[in-house]
Design a protein around this ligand. Structure first.
Ligand code: GDP
Ligand code: MG
Length: 192
């Protein structure tokens, strides 16, 4: 089957959003420029014999929330809220974003809480229990949590698979056949 999925990344500046997108789409080239405004990357990835064409919209994390975000949130299939497990403030901001997503798109919008930088375990200040407690009392119905390291790649592909496999998106036959010969786990990428 073929799926076309639109993902929006939100989270503080410096938590590793752009690094995670690189890890998922171009792991051989991990260099990241600071993000300004919204960067859109599209790629195809074949996992378990399904081809996913994924549009990943990256934000800088520096911008203040304004009306512009409502449209982006509303038009996404899922929101990825990335925080730094070694930075408490980034987790607090993530909770604010989750509330904004709920107000904008309602309880059914899938939201993934992604704790990044687990390679810095000795510096960890945000614990799974904190996140589980938040999930428990949040009005969002499809709230998932996972942790990874965009730097080392630890659990990074697992986080992506969690997103791809748990999303209930309609099959959309809207792109060319050029990616049909992808091997399992392989990604072909183009920036738009
Ligand atoms: P963004 O502002 O959220 O897009 O964050 P970037 O992807 O630009 O990353 C900010 C900084 O954190 C860069 O110096 C990255 O190399 C670093 N970084 C990103 N992911 C990780 C990670 O998993 N572990 C560690 N130790 N550093 C990371
Ligand atoms: Mg960035």
């Amino acid at each position: 089957m073929r799926f076309h999925i639109k993902l929006l990344f939100l989270g503080c500046s410096g938590v590793g959003k752009t690094s995670l997108i690189r890890r998922w789409t171009r792991p051989t080239d991990m260099y990241c420029e600071p993000t300004f405004a919204i960067d859109v990357t599209s790629h195809s990835i074949k996992v378990r014999n399904h081809i996913y064409r994924v549009r990943l919209s990256d934000t800088s994390g520096k911008e203040y929330y304004d009306q512009m975000f409502n449209g982006y949130i509303y038009n996404s299939d899922a929101i990825l809220l990335v925080y730094d497990t070694t930075n408490k403030e980034s987790w607090e901001k993530t909770k604010d974003w989750a509330k904004i997503v709920y107000k904008t798109a309602g309880a059914k919008m899938p939201v993934y809480l992604i704790g990044n930088k687990i390679d810095k375990e000795s510096k960890r200040v945000v614990y799974r229990e904190d996140v589980q407690e938040f999930i428990h009392q949040s009005p969002l119905n499809k709230l998932y949590m996972t942790e990874c390291s965009a730097k080392t790649g630890e659990m990074a592909l697992d986080a992506y698979k969690l997103v791809l496999f748990s999303l209930d998106v309609p099959e959309r036959e809207i792109w060319m056949e050029s990616n049909a010969d992808l091997k399992d786990g392989e990604s072909s990428c183009n920036i738009v």
